[in-house]
Design a protein around this ligand. Sequence first.
Ligand SMILES: [Zn+2]
Length: 516
Amino acid sequence: MSTTLLLDSRIPSVTGATALAVVDGTVAWAGDGSVGRVRFGDADEVLELGGALVTPAFVDAHVHATSAGLLASGLDLTGCPTLAQCLQQLAQHARPGTVLWGHGWDETSWPERRPPTRAEVDRACGGAAVYLSRIDGHSAAVSSALLARATEAIGAPGWAAQGPLTRQAHHHARRAARESITAGQRQSAQRAFLTAAAARGIAVVHECAGPEISGINDLTDLLSADHGVEVVGYWGQAVSTPEQVRELLAATGAHGLAGDLFCDGALGSRTAALRTPYADAPGTRGATYLDAQQIADHVRACTLAGTQAGFHVIGDAATDAVVAGFAAAQAAVGTAALRARRHRLEHLEMVDPDQARQLAVCGVVASVQPAFDAAWGGAEGMYALRLGASRAAGMNPFALLQAAGVVLAFGSDAPVTPVDPWGAVRAAVEHCSPGSEIGVREALAAHTYGGYWAAAVTDSLAGTLFPGAPASYAIWDEAEVGGVDPPACLRTVHRGRVLFERHGALVSRGRSRRTS
Ligand SMILES: [Zn+2]
């Protein structure tokens, strides 16, 4: 038996608790320190935390591990301030004969207010094969040398002779870029990503894989990484029969056929499906990849197979299709069967009160990204540019969803936004649109408990620090939540296993010092 006792800490999720005892990977007790000293004073490890904060470890409910890991060692264009600098960085990184994978440009924040042309990319990269995904991952600027490896992209829907590729043309180009990454590069990118996540207090990530995003090898590598950070894999591929569900789960090792199963694209790339045209491009209402019938078929097949279904849905027209699809599935399989599977929706950025209520009745979970609002909300933000002020003000309505009874799970969509759970909590509490914010407690719950709920984990205590819960927690050096600087993580533990520890930050006076 192995026992750890945390003393002199703040544990906001258990009122009045200043101490926590963990026995063999399970929370055994939480309460007042004086009681803890008596009951667990002979623990193997006793940590006097000097007022440090202890929370359940975070769950990031939407990530792309390989892309996020590659960004750390590759061409990171997030935060690049101008088009000219983007091209300059491209010129510095590109090597003839190799494929350069870059990510993160955002023309809405550039003075030039336009993406790079193919001619500019070609000039800057000197003939190298280059794939540069836009910040939202739904379009990419590519070089002519990359297109030579993805000739199917030429003339496909979303093709542009000079501008970024979107839709199917983008998917072809992405596949060509992906195929240039070796298994070794992929695995080390995944490990780097998981290690960085653990250092930010994250114990579980939900990988949103799919045929057009990452491929089967990428997911099976990640699921077999045995890193310590738990990976819940989702596979985004539409099906219509329970047999197809079972075949795909067996082939991919996925937990469900959900995640980035695209109903539409993203607002930044003008591929999110809208009821009325884009404010800054009156000729388009975005892209639709699945209709209500396909959505209904997928939900019904997954429900009958006993598996989670789910979709990527951003624009209001895509939400309309999803709500209609769930209604049809509900009529086919019944509300109880639907609810029991805990189907999930990614992003769900444009949803009205009626739709939120209907989704709540179907037991649907909303996997949302508060950092999107922090990055793109507000009067001057990208949402307002693409949609106009009034539609933009209704984006990411967390309070509305919560009031309707839709369970929220928070994630980053890394590399679209960085893994930064405290940043997400803060963004949800300080929402750009007044009335859409939620409280600190609810935001913390959405980033912990909500993540387990969203993965349909049946252990109802997972993500809490109540006795009987799996011991998944993080220790932080800040006593106050909501300060300007996010708390620094001192230790991350998942099911009793230490995933991360800041060197020298914790000193034990237990009988023996556990080292891992
Ligand atoms: Zn995603």
